[in-house]
Design a protein around this ligand. Structure first.
Ligand code: FAD
Length: 378
């Protein structure tokens, strides 16, 4: 069980302590890393600027099998067997080979945290010098450092490329109370020229939003328009930048997992299961260091290669992300209808799930070393 020591205001005391593993960021990726270190004997410190589960970072949709694989069913809100896609020229319903579910962010983070064994502190991470992390509460030294801080890649060695020049999409959603039966997507240029809108029901709440692959395109107006078109209130906003290109998963001795390594999938902007998947992989490599099975350098090399070994599907999805906005809307609607056949959908979505398959969570073993070791850039 994590020992929490959240400090606010005057109680925000200086934080002076070192540890074996410092995991920065306590959302999907960071909690997955920490989970895999439970029982390893390592002194693990997890830090985040917010309490665990306090700030929802997404619409919280995930293949249901991932919730089962990690025993997170207690967070499940609503399950869908179909994906409904609207275009200005018609609607298609895809019968999925596996179900997709929405979940409650705070509950999921709490359940995942309970599977780990770590100390937790709230602190804002400002940067890094070697193996020293600078926070607003003081410096922390650790031989093993994980950046699970999201798209900013705060602990990278070089100056970070900032939006709108970085390879990032942007997304914004509102969370009105309401109900719905369908997982819905809008590919409609009247909302967003390159991107899509969505409505994810979550048992008493709707998560309605718009994502743009072009970081210069502002999504507030279209998000509010989509919500109004669905007769929903524009309340409880949540938005962020979303990476759409894989980056090196290690750099200058630091491990990166989740959005900080660009692990969010292009085209669909699905980044939760990949953050969990790569977080688990990272945690397993770190665990092997404490088991005396490998050195820190070997863990860095193996994890780097494992992540880079996924470059192909990421590259293909980025190509599709760039292609779809260029296709004439009528042709696109026709193509979406043409692939509605069950066999094709099952084949395509089967491959899509394989990019980060839930069996990986259940297997609990370190991935075999991948062949690819080179730097990956989109
Ligand atoms: C509007 C929107 C909707 C989305 N919907 C979905 C969806 O339905 N399904 C899906 O799979 N993906 C979705 N995504 C993508 C998904 O949210 C991300 O890919 C995912 O959250 C990545 O997880 P992560 O753990 O890497 O990073 P995050 O979830 O971004 O977590 C980063 C953590 O680091 C902390 N942090 C950041 N900076 C600092 C700092 N300087 N100091 C201390 N702490 C810090 C944050 O507080 C946070 O807890 C959506 C994204 C957006 C923007």
């Amino acid at each position: 069980m994590p020992r929490r020591a959240t400090k606010r205001g005057a109680e925000r005391t200086p934080l002076r302590r070192d540890c074996d593993v410092l995991v920065c960021g306590a959302s999907f990726a960071g909690l997955a890393v920490a989970r895999e270190l439970a029982g390893s004997g390592a002194d693990v410190l997890l830090i985040d600027r917010y309490e665990i589960g306090e700030r929802q970072t997404s619409a919280c949709g995930i293949p249901t099998a991932w919730l089962h694989a990690l025993a997170l069913e207690g967070s499940l809100r609503q399950t869908f067997g179909e994906l409904v896609i609207h275009t200005p020229h018609g609607t298609v319903r895809y019968d999925l080979p596996w179900t997709f579910s929405t979940f409650d962010y705070g509950t999921l983070c709490g359940l995942l945290a309970d599977q780990g064994s770590f100390d937790f502190e709230t602190a804002k991470v400002d940067g890094r010098t070697g193996s020293t992390i600078h926070t607003d509460r003081g410096d922390i030294c650790a031989p093993l450092i994980v950046d699970a801080l999201g798209w900013r890649r705060v602990l990278g060695a070089a100056d970070n490329v900032q939006p709108p020049d970085a390879l990032l999409s942007r997304g914004l959603e509102v969370h009105p109370f309401g109900s719905g039966q369908d997982l819905e997507i809008w590919i409609d240029r009247s909302y967003v020229p390159a991107g899509y809108g969505w409505s994810f029901p979550a048992d008493g709440e709707l998560r309605i939003g718009v994502g743009s692959f072009d970081p210069r395109f502002h999504v507030r107006d279209p998000t509010e328009r989509l919500a109004r078109d669905l007769h929903a209130e524009t309340v409880r906003y949540q938005g962020n930048w979303i990476p759409h290109a894989l980056r090196d998963a290690t750099e200058d001795g630091v491990f990166f997992a989740g959005d900080s390594a660009g692990h969010c999938l292009p085209l669909t902007a699905e980044g939760i299961r990949t953050a969990l998947y790569f977080g688990l992989a990272c945690g397993r490599e770190l665990r092997a260091v404490f088991a005396g099975e490998q050195t820190r350098e070997q863990a860095l090399a193996r994890y780097h290669a494992f992540s880079a070994g996924h470059a192909l599907p990421f590259r293909w999805m980025l190509r599709l992300q760039r292609l779809i906005p260029r296709v004439h809307p009528r042709v696109l609607a026709g193509s979406l209808r043409a692939i509605e056949r069950r066999r094709f959908i099952h084949w395509a979505f089967g491959h899509y799930l394989n990019v980060a398959h839930p069996d990986f969570a259940a297997r609990g073993v370190r991935p075999a070393p991948a062949l690819a070791t080179s730097t990956v850039r989109a």
